[in-house]
Design a protein around this ligand. Structure first.
Ligand code: ADP
Ligand code: MG
Length: 161
């Protein structure tokens, strides 16, 4: 672990869904597996929209649904295994054990987690955290790295934006 970084590595304004797709496309070119990305922000902030855009940017053609009911949706695309988790509805971090995330998570995996705080210490630690928010001006996505691996990817995304 590197020292906790309070200030984000960068903040990108995403005024519309096209801007989210552009950012997700840069992530699709940049993320190196295995990688854990926490997606934080209020209900409706745009977490699922980003994960969906990421899966599509990797070339997946089908429907990408919100995992808020199924908890976990998985996709194979672009040589990656995307594990998209949404813990909003779990009541106890122990419920995560039934999903066997640690068994599913392998060298090709991108784990994206909405509401990671609900997973307690049952989740793999984040390399990157994306915070979805909104000012009067625009929606934004802020990126914070928590590992050296995450820092390298955060810097590479910023170079490509
Ligand atoms: P969350 O998963 O954080 O609860 P969603 O991704 O489901 O939020 O998004 C909620 C709504 O906001 C959706 O209707 C989506 O189309 C819209 N939305 C998401 N991101 C943006 C954005 N950057 N600009 C405009 N609308 C957005
Ligand atoms: Mg969601």
């Amino acid at each position: 672990m590197i020292a906790t970084i309070d200030k984000p590595a960068w903040v990108q304004l995403v005024p519309d869904e096209e801007a989210v797709s552009e950012l997700a496309t840069v992530f699709a070119r940049t993320l190196v597996t295995p990688v854990v990305v926490y997606l934080k922000g209020d209900l409706g902030a745009g977490k699922t929209t980003f994960a969906r855009a990421y899966v599509h940017a990797l070339g997946f053609r089908g429907y990408v649904k919100s995992p808020s009911y199924g908890l976990l949706e998985t996709y194979e695309a672009g040589g990656q295994k995307i594990l998209h988790l949404d813990l909003y509805r779990i009541e106890d971090p122990e419920e995560l054990e039934y999903l066997a995330i640690r068994d599913l998570f392998d060298a090709k995996s991108v784990l994206m987690v909405e509401w990671p705080d609900k997973g307690g210490n049952r989740l793999p630690a984040a390399d990157l955290e994306l915070e979805f928010g909104e000012t009067e001006e625009s929606r934004f996505i802020a990126c914070r790295p928590f590992t050296a691996h995450g820092l390298g990817m955060a810097e590479q995304v910023r170079r490509l934006l």
